[in-house]
Each structure stands twice: as structure tokens, then as C-alpha cells.
Design a protein around this ligand. Structure first.
Ligand code: ZN
Length: 127
């Protein structure tokens, strides 16, 4: 019969954040410029935010409205072609602009066939 542990397991020594002159305890290990790096909560958020900004810049998304339109396009792609009709109701001229920018010809053609946009990628319906 195994005896109960009398003492709680000793806590592992905290691992310091690898950011220069930070000194906080690390909560995550992430890929860095020079291999894996340990980062604290604050620096983890900092890196995630910076990654998001770089991604948005690469996609040419500057305003919040552009980012929202981009997300709506992406959500449609995650949906595996399911609910096209209800997605169409969320489509705006900005959504169309994002589709044009990302070269999503298939989805543009589908919107055109559904009578949502014209041959010049302009919204047809007035909601
Ligand atoms: Zn830190």
C-alpha cells in the first residue's frame, strides 16, 4: 500500500523571463530569434500583439473595419462552405474589397452568381 505523501511536492524554482532586464517568472516557452525563449505573462502578451500586428500589416489590414471584414471572410472559410446564405447577409463592400485583395476569385464568383456583387465587384443589393 502506497503511503500518502506527507509533504507537498516542492515547487520547482521559477524560471526567469528571457527579456532583457525583466526578471519576472516565465509562464511560457516560445520560439524566439535565437532558439526557444522563456517569457513572462506580460512579454507573452507583447509578443502575441506584435505577431498580430505583423500579420495584419502583411495582409494590408490597417483599420479595425478592415480587420473585421477580413475575419468575416476567414470565418466563411472555416465554415467549410456550409451556411453561405447567412454569411452573404454580413457581406459589405469592405468584405468584397478584402476578397479582391486576397485574390479569392472563387468566393467572388460565388457572390457574383448569387447576385450580391456585379462584374466590377460592387455590391448590387441595397440592404
Ligand atoms: Zn518578461
Amino acid at each position: 500500500m502506497a503511503g500518502r505523501r506527507e509533504q507537498p511536492r516542492p515547487q520547482a524554482a521559477p524560471i526567469a523571463c528571457d527579456f532583457e532586464s525583466c526578471g519576472e517568472a516565465a509562464i511560457a516557452r516560445v520560439p524566439g530569434v535565437a532558439g526557444m525563449a522563456n517569457v513572462c505573462k506580460q512579454h507573452y502578451s507583447f509578443l502575441a500583439q506584435r505577431e498580430a500586428e505583423l500579420f495584419c500589416d502583411a495582409q494590408g489590414l490597417s483599420s479595425a473595419a478592415d480587420k473585421l471584414a477580413f475575419c468575416r471572410v476567414k470565418m466563411k472559410e472555416f465554415g467549410r462552405g456550409g451556411d453561405f446564405d447567412s454569411w452573404v447577409k454580413t457581406v459589405s463592400q469592405r468584405t468584397v474589397a478584402v476578397l479582391v485583395q486576397s485574390g479569392n476569385v472563387r468566393l467572388l464568383e460565388r457572390l457574383r452568381r448569387a447576385g450580391v456583387i456585379d462584374a466590377y465587384n460592387r455590391m448590387v443589393k441595397s440592404a
